[in-house]
Design a protein around this ligand. Sequence first.
Ligand code: NAP
Ligand code: GLV
Length: 309
Amino acid sequence: MTFLYHGLEARGAVWAEIFAARVPQLPFARWGHDPVDPAQVRWLAAWNAPAEFIAQFPNLEVLFSVGAGIDQLPLDALPPQVRVVRMVEQGIITGMAEYVAMACLALHRDLPFFITEQRAGRWTYRHTRLAAETRVGVMGLGELGKAALDMLKPLGFPLSGWSRSAHRIAGVACFAGADGFDAFLAQVDIAVCLLPLTPETRGILCRETFDKMPRGSAVVNAGRGGHLVADDLIAALDSGQLRAAMLDVTVPEPLPEGHPFYSHPAIFLTPHVAAETRHGSAGEVLADNVLRLLAGDPLLGEVDRTRGY
Ligand code: NAP
Ligand code: GLV
């Protein structure tokens, strides 16, 4: 039985050391580095391994995502009995909370506007508001959404959140389900998308959604590029329905040269760096999960494959 890792070499080297120390009884192989007998591979860790790659392991039992999301993996081609586990790791969680705080402050204080004015050589006054006057709503109240809200709380923003099932979070107005979506949107000045990408959430940041938000509001997308309809965003920004957007994820990645997101004055773009998997802490989380597997215990971050997250 082998645990196979497919991905960045530097991460693989760190994980090999962690596994040697924490799970020495289990052979840990790095794809492209160690010899691998495909029939022995029962567990695989990967970020976005293609379907043809995964298909060569007939005895695969568990697929671990190197990241918090799993949509980048070829799940449709995966036999139904294969368990899928996402990464629930403090480095990703803290990284995302920092990114969301930074994005909300930047949008709240009109940084895209002031940077445009600076670059044009203009000293342009615009009235500023305090955080208490800007309502931030987080779409997705999972590991990342809740951590982002915790980071935002002391900054003074009135907070709300939207999820599939009902949540209760102190200091956060919680909305749930399709029925709660319009009421959620009607009261957000900055909407932050931290949803998983599923058939239900694909394209959720679209014209219909933007039209339900207060005029002049802003959007942060740190979920997946597939959540956003690019043309609808540009149209909403150009019409003034939206004031600005901060995007960490796009379709495709990387964005091709000349894409309008690069140059639009109301868009801040970062290259999928909101929350990176930290080699050390993620390796420890993975080793913990493998020890749970060996003991027959429930896994941290196991995905409900019927639900898609
Ligand atoms: P998670 O713990 O699984 O939480 C997902 C949240 O989304 C839950 O609150 C869930 O509702 C909600 N949700 C799912 N489907 C929904 C729907 N149809 N309508 C309303 N709410 C829905 O996930 P996470 O760890 O927070 O990660 C979220 C996503 O962030 C990942 O899937 C990934 O795409 C993205 N991400 C991006 C980066 C980056 O660097 N940009 C890094 C890491 C992750 P319930 O609570 O009711 O189940
Ligand atoms: C990054 O996007 C992740 O899913 O961890």
